[in-house]
Design a protein around this ligand. Sequence first.
Ligand SMILES: [Zn+2]
Ligand SMILES: [Zn+2]
Length: 150
Amino acid sequence: MHTQTLEQTEQGKGPKPESIRTRCNELIKILEQVLSSSVFNVNFRTIVSIPCEQCGTKIVRRVHHDQEAFIANCIECSASYNITETDNHQFNWKPLVREINCINESCNGSAQIWENDIKLGSQWECADCGGKNKFLLGIAYVSQPQNNSG
Ligand SMILES: [Zn+2]
Ligand SMILES: [Zn+2]
């Protein structure tokens, strides 16, 4: 096995350390160009995940670089979350729920209802009175009859 001596390098018979360094710089330049290109960024997404607050299922969501707010849905239940990016590139998960008062007149209870559950026929049990509330179509009395006798 022939090993190159320092003397041979100096005489120009082997690759000069300088040319190796130049080649490295070129590679770094190419790498930097690829890494900073928008094409690369599209594929390079952040992935955020949390356990669902309602059922515990892990919700995983990919995030594009230009996305600052979006909605993630649980695949197991009706829970959905509004996700916003903070200034230090963390993600805030806000459950999409509405507080709805119990319709029982003698009850002051209210419930956090997932927005995906707010639909006709959907019902929930009040934690305060144990009664059930249900979303139904209602009829509103919108005006009094006209009085023409005068
Ligand atoms: Zn869930
Ligand atoms: Zn109630």
